[in-house]
Design a protein around this ligand. Structure first.
Ligand code: ATP
Ligand code: MG
Length: 388
């Protein structure tokens, strides 16, 4: 079985296309680092974990005669202190472009067999994002630029992963932040990307401006304070030419909002995820030279974002309720709701469809994900079990 699967993909040809030895390709398949999709996406493969010279989530499409590569989205490093990070990382250029960092999930779009498809960061074809993206992007772009990929953030409240009301969106929308060449992953310069996106009527992430290296950190500090008050996430600082690597920076309120969500499900949250958000607060407080009052407010904000949701979880479990992650999705094709549920199932995310309602020409599904680990742990503590 295993061998016949390997032979379905012509290892020699893939190796030639990727300029790697055939033994390397076989090894990637054997070790599960080059995985194939399912159903109508059977000819789409993704690299996961240690793809050679490629970002995780890079996709390989087998057109049976030729191959196509769609590079994954590269990691964006974070500034802990704005000023030194900008001076150090952008020292070769006179100014930086600042765009809003939207808080949703990363999606990459191409055309595949006459239809737009949306990949998640890991290179899976997400049925919900794929259905939604048909409404968001002009397909002409993809016919006219078959060698380009559009990267953007799916943001808004009707979102399976990150629900945010801060954007004034009722459901979900797609905000373009990058256009890259499929095979090399080389990004278009910011100006050119924004102009093309504008011409095709794509929604884009907000552009704050182009700031000299010297003035950038104080400008960004002001922007970050305002974004924080609006419940938005932060900024990505970019080289206009997109040659130097972008750098991200986020608002304290957004870090705290992540912590609130994470501590509600305290036994599910990754330790690194929690810890890194606490560290950010220390550096920002230092860089902003806060007075005692401002510092006390930050301490309260941070402490409350950790303790309040946890305490609420304990109270809820004690009262006999079970905590859960509830979200809504909206689709035109009812079948997608079930396809999406099966898709989550594959990752071991078992969700319950609570209700499906027809609203206009769309269907809205209410979905509940019960967080078993946090519920069980809390119950155990309430019953007197010891932490470990
Ligand atoms: P990374 O591996 O890139 O650090 P992460 O999963 O830790 O990603 P984030 O901290 O959210 O994610 O930061 C990077 C992500 O920010 C990108 O993958 C992209 O989805 C998102 N993003 C939102 N707005 C922008 C923007 N304007 N420019 C670039 N990326 C953006
Ligand atoms: Mg994000």
């Amino acid at each position: 079985m295993k061998n016949s699967k390997i032979s379905e993909l012509d290892v020699e040809k893939v190796a030639e296309f990727l300029e790697l030895p055939p033994s390397k390709i076989s090894e990637l398949i054997e070790k599960g680092n080059l995985k194939r999709n399912w159903d109508e996406y059977y000819d789409i493969y993704r690299f996961q974990g240690h793809a050679p010279q490629m970002e995780d989530g890079t996709v390989l499409i087998d057109h049976h005669g030729s191959f196509e590569l769609v590079r994954g989205f590269p990691k964006i490093k974070r500034a802990m202190l704005l000023e030194p990070a900008i001076l150090k990382n952008f020292k070769e250029i006179p100014s930086v472009v600042v765009e809003e960092k939207m808080n949703g999930y990363n999606v990459r779009v191409i055309e595949f067999r006459g239809k737009l498809i949306a990949f998640t960061r890991s290179g899976h074809v997400c049925p919900y994002s794929t259905e939604r993206v048909q409404n968001f992007l002009e397909p002409d772009f993809f016919r006219e630029h078959p060698d380009l990929v559009v990267y953007g953030e799916m943001a808004g409240p009707e979102n399976p992963y990150v629900q945010k009301d801060a954007y004034g969106i009722e459901s979900l929308d797609f905000f373009v932040f990058d256009i890259r060449h499929k095979d090399t992953g080389e990004a278009l310069p910011v100006n050119q990307r924004r102009e093309i996106a504008e011409n095709y009527g794509f929604n884009q992430v907000r552009l704050f401006g182009d700031f000299s290296i010297k003035s950038a950190s104080s400008k960004i500090t002001e922007i970050i304070r305002d974004l924080g008050k609006e419940g938005r996430e932060g900024v990505v600082i970019k080289d206009q030419a997109m040659v130097l690597q972008p750098v991200k920076y986020t608002c304290s309120e957004s870090n705290c909002s992540d912590l609130r969500q994470a501590f509600k499900f305290y036994n599910e949250a990754g330790r690194d995820y929690l810890y890194s958000r606490v560290i950010r607060e220390g550096f920002q407080s230092h860089e902003w030279n806060e007075n005692e009052d401002e510092f006390t407010q930050r301490c309260l904000r941070l402490g409350e974002s950790i303790l309040r949701p946890m305490k609420k979880t304990i109270e809820e479990v004690e009262s006999g309720d079970r905590i859960s992650d509830d979200f809504r999705i909206r689709v035109k094709d009812r079948e997608i709701i079930f396809k999406f549920r099966d898709y989550l199932d594959r990752f071991g995310l078992y969700v319950a469809l609570e209700k499906i309602e027809r609203i206009g020409d769309e269907y809205v599904a209410e979905i509940r994900k019960v967080n078993k680990s946090t519920n069980d742990k809390t119950l155990a503590m309430l019953e007197g079990q010891l932490w470990s």
